[in-house]
Ligand binder design. Structure first.
Ligand SMILES: Nc1ncnc2c1ncn2[C@@H]1O[C@H](COP(=O)(O)OP(=O)(O)OP(=O)(O)O)[C@@H](O)[C@H]1O
Length: 260
């Protein structure tokens, strides 16, 4: 399902941090959201999934107005991987991932065998099944990140929002996670909007890119045309060089003199 939002405006205590942000993520595409610290990426993702309530908004998932619904109905359409783990109780990893199934359970029903199967599949996809019986307060930051992503996968919403999903992950797991998510876009039409900080990882996986500058969406479109030396140098306020790797993928490096 596609994700389209129009004119999202949001203020914290009267200070506007999002200014009429509109974006369009086609069904089955991986869209990266890039911007400097404090540019409004998390705020935008929280507006889209209903944690925050903008002054004005129109959010459509496959032409359905999800800004008019909250709670379970919204969670069936949109999942979120938060920037930091939001879990403070010592659940097992499997219990945490099973929480992703809550929107699909009626009343006080407990997860059943099918829910367990879905949770295990999510963990296996991320190479994290070995963590299932461990407690979330007794595993590493990266392991907890994998569990949090698995919970969102188990939610099986057609649109997934990820807030810096590679936080805490080692080099292998960063790319394994991103490639698995991109594969879900291709194979299962998952629609993804992910805030990311590394333009080279974005170049490796994203179909589309949105650049956010001080709460304004200043550029968006297909990754090839938006990810350019000129745009990124302006966004990050530093000189960059752009090159191509053997496979044709773009690669960016800062031009900086570091003191040794
Ligand atoms: N709870 C809050 N109350 C007041 N201001 C906030 C709050 N949360 C964020 N802000 C401010 O809103 C702006 C956008 O913050 P946001 O967290 O959305 O940025 P971000 O792009 O996700 O940043 P980062 O890359 O550092 O995670 C910033 O100026 C930030 O200081």
């Amino acid at each position: 399902m596609s994700l389209v939002c129009t004119n999202i405006t949001f203020a914290y205590n009267g200070t506007r941090v999002l200014h009429q942000v509109s974006l369009d993520v086609p069904k089955g595409s991986f869209c990266a959201l890039l911007g400097r610290n404090g540019s409004g990426k998390t705020t935008l993702l929280h507006c889209l999934c209903g944690i925050l309530h903008p002054e004005s908004e129109e959010i459509m998932v496959d032409n359905n107005p999800v800004h008019l619904v909250n709670g379970t109905a919204r969670a069936k359409c949109i999942s979120l991987v938060p920037q930091e783990s939001d879990q403070i109780f010592p659940f097992t990893v499997l219990d945490l991932v099973l929480m992703g199934r809550n929107p699909h359970l009626s009343g006080f029903a407990m997860p059943g065998a099918e829910d367990e199967k879905t949770a295990w599949q999510a963990l296996e996809l991320l190479g994290a099944a070995h963590l299932a019986k461990r407690r979330v307060n007794q595993i590493s930051g990266g392991e907890r990140q994998l569990a949090t992503v698995a919970r969102a996968l188990a939610q099986q919403a057609p649109v997934m929002l990820l807030d810096e999903p590679t936080n805490h992950l080692d080099f292998h797991n960063q790319y394994h996670l991103l490639y698995q998510i991109r594969k879900l876009c291709r194979d299962q039409n998952l629609t993804v909007l992910a805030s990311m900080h590394n333009p080279n990882a974005v170049a490796a996986v994203a179909d589309r890119v949105v650049l956010l500058e001080a709460g304004h969406a200043v550029a968006q479109g297909d990754a090839e045309s938006v990810l350019t030396q000129k745009q990124l140098s302006r966004l990050y306020g530093m000189p960059l060089v752009e090159s191509r790797l053997t496979g044709g993928q773009k690669h960016f490096m800062p031009v900086m003199e570091f003191r040794r």
